[in-house]
Design a protein around this ligand. Structure first.
Ligand SMILES: [Zn+2]
Length: 210
């Protein structure tokens, strides 16, 4: 599988609107949180504008930007646009990026102070690229939250290894990326499922103190 781009900006905008409805249905879009993007064939980005509820997006809430995240149409990009641009540059196969304020991700990164969340032995791991068995583990990097995007980008840059599908920002949420928007949606749903399992396990058998 190489590059699977949306046909054009209008198609990308519609996929982003649909993604918002899906993530909202999964409880992954509280208030105006999160931001979503796609890479177009010409390398430009389609991404959500700042401040909209992602469950109620319309096509006009999607803007077009350069590969560096600068607006091409006068609309106001989200503060986190730079993090999307960083992922597209590092992962040539990624054509869709979803950032969601995952409740389970917030709880787990508050409980566990380490810089990695390891998910091991779960059937749902097979939702991630290259994983064909539950007999494996996936280590998701965790970086501390910051309002300065340059600080966040510098913190995550050395952790973005080849083949990594996601990372977490402590007290904040996750980023996932994939070749297509439906794949990014499935991976968001799968990651939230896995993080929720870990939260439920913490209630029964706390590992956060370890
Ligand atoms: Zn955010």
């Amino acid at each position: 599988m190489s590059h699977i781009y949306p046909a054009d900006f209008a198609s990308a905008a519609q996929q982003i609107v649909n993604a918002g409805q899906f993530l909202n249905s999964q409880g992954l879009a509280p208030a105006t949180s999160g931001n979503y993007s796609m890479r177009l064939a010409d390398g430009t980005l389609a991404l959500t504008v700042s401040g909209r509820h992602k469950g109620r997006l319309v096509a006009n809430d999607v803007m077009q930007a350069t590969p560096d995240g600068a607006a091409l149409d006068g609309k106001k990009p989200s503060a986190e646009t730079a993090l999307h641009a960083q992922l597209y540059k590092l992962y040539p196969q990624a054509n869709a990026v979803l950032h969601a304020h995952s409740t389970s991700g917030v709880i787990l990164t508050r409980l566990r102070k380490g810089d990695t969340i390891t998910l091991a032995g779960y059937e749902m791991l097979k939702a991630f690229p290259g994983i064909t068995t539950h007999e494996t583990s996936l280590s998701i990097p965790v970086v501390d939250n910051a309002q300065d995007m340059d600080v966040l980008m510098a913190a995550i840059a050395p952790r973005l290894t080849l083949g990594l599908p996601a990372y977490l920002i402590r007290d904040h949420g996750f980023y996932v990326w994939a070749p297509t928007m439906p794949q990014a949606e499935y991976m968001s749903e799968a990651l939230e499922h896995l993080l929720k399992c870990e939260v439920e396990l913490e209630k029964i058998s706390p590992r956060s103190a370890a």
